[in-house]
Design a protein around this ligand. Structure first.
Ligand SMILES: CC(C)(COP(=O)(O)OP(=O)(O)OC[C@H]1O[C@@H](n2cnc3c(N)ncnc32)[C@H](O)[C@@H]1OP(=O)(O)O)[C@@H](O)C(=O)NCCC(=O)NCCS
Length: 196
């Protein structure tokens, strides 16, 4: 299947972008892989990002696509992972050095977590977050940070709090919108299981 074919299918799937659609779609054999292993999906991921975060800010698709090409790395930040169900992309997440311009003292940042509406509320988001934290742990980071999308801060703050993220502060995002920044600490253990 060509990337062009995938892109047109997913444009149709993504029509109800913000809705949590209840559907018969089930997650049977999901895997989370680095975008570096399937760079042909760059236009698909860039298209999700463009529709969800950039279209209304008048940022060009080509700029978003170029950014996702840079994220197709499997070791140096930024790194993006893709959730694949039977080989088709259904979600994504990135880990970046910096995200919130006003908080450059913190690094790294979980960013651009996105699951297509038909596959929400099935644990895909959880798996993407877990992959990001596991990578950060492997790389020796002590914490991961994120900030919420201002259009859905109430839901998203609850979503992250439930998963152990702690509020750092209420702040303004890069466009001056209200947001909340969160951190999850990474606890390290010695090989015998005792905490560091
Ligand atoms: C935020 C987002 C990534 C969550 O993705 P998701 O795959 O739906 O997340 P999960 O399935 O892990 O969790 C969602 C809910 O489904 C529940 N759930 C998980 N598996 C479930 C299952 N098998 N059956 C029923 N409910 C389930 C979770 O408990 C969770 O409940 P909560 O909302 O009360 O916490 C998704 O809504 C999205 O893409 N939103 C648009 C982009 C966005 O806002 N990104 C975040 C930017 S900060």
């Amino acid at each position: 299947m060509s990337a062009g074919h995938c892109l047109s299918s997913l444009i149709i799937l993504d029509k109800s972008m913000n809705a949590d659609v209840s559907s018969p779609h089930q997650v049977h054999a999901m895997e989370i892989v680095p975008l570096a292993s399937c760079p042909h999906f760059v236009p698909v991921l860039a298209h999700w990002a463009y529709l969800h975060w950039y279209l209304h800010r008048n940022i060009r698709f080509s700029a978003v696509e170029a950014d996702y090409r840079r994220r197709a790395s499997d070791s140096i930040l930024p790194v993006t992972w893709v959730a694949l169900e039977r080989g088709m992309p259904i979600g994504m997440v990135s880990l970046k050095d910096y995200d919130l311009q006003s908080h450059r003292q913190f690094s790294p940042w979980l960013s651009a977590l996105y699951v297509i509406p038909q596959f929400r509320k099935k644990g895909v988001g959880d798996s993407l977050i877990a992959q990001t934290i596991s990578f950060a742990t492997e790389k020796g980071y002590r914490a991961v940070h994120l900030f919420t999308d201002h259009r859905n801060t109430t839901y998203l703050s609850g979503y992250y709090k439930k998963r152990g993220w702690e509020l750092i502060e209420r702040a303004f995002d890069n466009d001056g919108h209200y947001t909340e920044s969160f951190r999850i600490s990474i606890r390290r253990e010695f090989p015998d299981g005792t905490p560091e």
